[in-house]
Design a protein around this ligand. Structure first.
Ligand code: SF4
Length: 307
């Protein structure tokens, strides 16, 4: 049976909570295939150091090392027994076939790195967009992959389970330049958003939680600028932020949470400072200008009032 260790650095535990909501496969199905050697919240025995010793002696083979949370070089924090989180990663990094960073903190540093005054905190292999994480930029596990980043704050459980099972079955995974699986992160939340019709006709929502309107122009939606399959693999199988009338805040990107205001679209003379990926500012201005001069009867009414 393949084996997995899940460890935590500086984290809110959000990705563990997400993992418990896994479906298809369910949490218990997944861990009937893979032996969960240790998880700080789920293991009954607090025997990580004993397991590490057995791995070092070659008595246990480690397939997956999963890391949740940002990593600090300060040895006074995130200690497990006599070792800091960094020392545990050092012990296991060449033993695991794959290392998976779950969540934006483990992938890019996120909030802990943003508020770290001493430059001690980062993701496993990245600090925001720089390959300046805890492990060297050219580090690879024995399978030949770098740290596989499943970013998100938190991740959707299926992003983790699908990646894990692909590796379990020895499928090749293609990674983007931030080492995220392309199969998941080549999509944008804009793809599949039910508000696309409003985006096209430049009909904007003015407040949160409404059924109508696009959230891009007034409310800071980063759906067209963010890589994540949030409107392809739905949350709880039924919804997403933008479906519920809440803007995408770009939580899977390296620059999260560097935006000063999640709910405001920064503009210059009425033109958004950032326009959808793949489109020049000139094209965006041209297309929106044309759309605004035309009227779509349907998108200018409340949905309940449409025929
Ligand atoms: S709400 Fe966001 S994701 Fe949806 S169409 Fe508008 S910009 Fe795109």
């Amino acid at each position: 049976m393949k084996t997995l260790i899940w460890i935590q650095g500086l984290t809110c535990n959000g990705n563990t909570q997400s993992l418990l909501n896994a479906e298809n496969p369910y949490f218990y199905e997944l861990f009937s295939k893979i032996e969960l050697l240790y998880h700080p919240s789920l293991s009954i025995d607090n025997n990580l150091l004993e397991i590490i010793r057995d791995i070092e002696k070659g008595h246990i083979n480690l397939d997956f090392l999963v890391v949740e949370g940002a990593i600090t070089k300060n040895k006074n924090f995130c200690r497990i027994g006599e070792f800091s989180i960094g020392e545990i990663i050092e012990k296991l990094k060449n033993k695991a076939s794959y290392i998976i960073a779950v969540g934006n903190c483990a992938a890019n540093g996120n909030f802990p790195a943003l508020y770290d005054k001493n430059n001690d905190v980062s993701g496993l292999q990245f600090k925001f967009e720089e390959k300046d994480g805890f492990l060297p930029s050219d580090f690879k596990t024995k399978s030949g992959y770098p740290v596989i980043n499943i970013s998100g704050c938190p991740i959707h459980p299926a992003w983790f389970t699908q990646t894990l099972l692909a590796l379990y079955y020895n499928r090749k995974i293609y990674l983007d330049k931030l080492n995220r699986p392309k199969e998941l992160f080549m999509y944008l939340p804009h793809d599949g958003c039910i508000r696309n019709e409003y985006f096209e006709w430049k009909t904007e929502a003015e407040e949160f939680g409404t059924k109508e309107g696009c959230l891009f122009y007034n409310l800071g939606c980063r759906g067209p600028l963010t890589h994540a399959p949030c409107n392809k693999i739905l949350w709880n199988r039924i919804s997403s932020k933008t479906r519920a009338g809440m803007p995408c805040i770009g939580c899977t990107e390296y620059n999260f949470p560097l935006n000063e205001n999640f709910f405001e679209t920064k503009k210059n003379m009425g033109i958004p400072e950032e326009v959808p990926l793949g489109v020049s500012k000139r094209t965006y201005i041209l297309i929106s200008g044309v759309a605004k001069t035309l009227k779509n009867e349907r998108t200018s009414k409340k949905l309940e009032e449409t025929d």
